[in-house]
Design a protein around this ligand. Structure first.
Ligand code: SF4
Length: 476
């Protein structure tokens, strides 16, 4: 039997869930929009009519090899909104070659009936938590401003401590902060930028933290791959640091690492041979389903803090979740690397905001840096054409696939489309507020970062840092 939420379209399928709908507790709520059981109606007949794959000609094609997104054919109403998102927002030529998917999951965000969902990896997580492995979670910056809204709180509510508490309730032995690895990314990326500028290296340099952007460039613009920073994404770095630094120094040889992300493309990223270290990516949407399956109520979740050593992140790392955040974080550190001085004012207003392409000119010591920030992947095309024609004036360009940045990732809780930008701006504001009140606002001042470079890497850009924290790209 299947039951459909009358508000958001979520389908509860008795056959797939562990508890029958009728047996759910009376205060159970829709995992997607939070309304009660009384807002669900039995829809089995309606849904069964639309099960056949070949009747779904308007729907985005999802390859069976797709590790990020899955389609529940029985939910699909063949409305074509997902294809519209893929062509308009992602700029894809919808030629039915589903292998070209960049795994961003924006189609999931648009689907009105939850026919598209993040690849469901809940079973893998349950198995890991029930095994004798040492389970280690780490949370991306942007999920701490979307977690609470799944439990009826206001969009953008900052809920880091509850999120950590929920992971501990589920049985994770350690909980770390991927913001730490965002700081690590900034140290390596700012160092790379400064080196490229000083040594006539390839410019402009693109950021590399968004795996959807990387796959997009590898597929459609292989000629600019040398322009992309060689830094792994924060999750790519975190997996390596947890396994090679934390686990080895604590004699843990049976760790199972789980990244809690806003992002479906990260599920693809960890399948890349060179990005080892993270065993599983669970989107915040999947995590919330698990918490609700276990009947854990938000108010009953105890607040908790990250485990130390890899648990400290700066305000610069926190704003990684916003469009413009990586750029601003990198500028704070690049300024210090070039001038050896601290900024009086760490906020770079020109790279903040919701415009799809933002640009700024920044004086850093004797250097004048031209930078650009792009979100919504299709907006990068003109800049790439300028690079190919030697007309590009920028030194450094941040690219994020999703509108708003990772706060708008494909694995985030869905927002009402009519109010999408306004609601995303609430999440953005929440991350900036946390940065504003952080004691440490620049990556190079993070004591955990200082310590790991001293004790382990032996310096920024060292041979060991190059080996563990950097990567290469391939033409696809
Ligand atoms: Fe993932 Fe963030 Fe890139 Fe979206 S912008 S695909 S959430 S990394």
């Amino acid at each position: 039997m299947k039951y459909k939420c009358m508000l958001c379209g979520y389908i509860y399928d008795d056959e797939k869930e562990e508890i029958k709908f009728a047996d759910l507790p009376e205060d159970w709520t829709c995992p997607l929009c939070g309304v009660g059981k009384d807002m669900f109606e039995l829809v089995e007949d309606v849904v069964e009519e639309k099960k056949e794959e070949d009747t779904l000609s308007n729907a985005v094609q999802i390859s069976e090899n797709n590790v990020s997104i899955e389609r529940i054919n029985s939910n699909c109403i063949n409305c074509g909104l997902c294809v519209r998102t893929c062509t308009v927002k992602e700029g894809m030529t919808f030629d039915k070659n589903s292998e070209l998917c960049v795994n961003c999951g924006q189609c999931i965000q648009t689907c009105p009936v939850n026919a598209l969902i993040p690849k469901d990896d809940r079973k893998k997580l349950y198995e890991a938590l029930e095994s004798n492995k040492i389970t280690i979670a780490y949370t991306s910056p942007s999920v701490r401003v979307s977690f609470a809204e799944c439990f009826g709180m206001e969009v953008g509510t900052f809920s880091q401590e509850k999120l950590i508490g929920a992971l501990r309730l589920l049985g994770f032995k350690y909980v770390f902060d991927t913001t730490f690895a965002a700081d690590l990314t900034i140290m390596e990326e700012a160092n790379e930028l400064v080196n490229r500028i000083k040594n006539n290296g390839k410019l402009p340099m693109f950021t590399s933290c968004c795996p959807a952007w990387i796959k997009y460039a590898e597929q459609f613009y292989p000629e600019i791959l040398d322009n992309i920073s060689s830094c792994k994404s924060p999750i790519g770095m975190m997996g390596k640091v947890v396994k090679e630094y934390f686990c080895k120094s604590n004699n843990i040889d049976n760790a199972y690492t789980v990244a809690i992300t806003p992002c479906t493309a990260k599920k693809f990223e960890i399948t890349r041979e060179e990005i080892d270290g993270t065993d599983l990516v669970i989107t915040i949407s999947e995590l919330v389903k698990i918490i609700k399956e276990k009947n854990i109520k938000y108010e009953d979740i105890p607040e908790s803090d990250y485990d130390s050593v890899l648990g400290e992140g700066s305000g610069a790392g926190i704003i990684f979740g916003n469009t413009g955040g990586v750029m601003e974080a990198a500028l704070r550190t690049a300024y210090n690397m070039i001038t050896k001085e601290d900024l009086d004012e760490v906020v770079f207003h020109d790279v903040r905001g919701y415009e799809n392409v933002k640009e700024a000119t920044i004086d850093v010591g004797d250097l004048t840096l031209n930078v650009a920030v792009v979100h919504g992947i299709t907006n990068i095309k003109n800049i790439i054409e300028d690079i190919k024609n030697n007309r590009c004036k920028y030194h450094f360009i941040e690219v994020m696939n999703c509108e708003g940045g990772c706060i708008g990732g494909g694995g985030q809780p869905k927002l009402f489309l009519e109010e999408e930008q306004m609601l995303k701006e609430k999440r953005i504001k929440s991350l900036y507020e946390r940065d504003h009140t952080s004691k440490i606002r620049c990556s190079y001042n993070n004591p955990d970062i200082i310590s790991i470079y001293k004790k382990f890497f032996q310096g920024v850009g060292s041979p060991l840092a190059k080996e563990l924290l950097h990567t290469t790209y391939i033409k696809r």
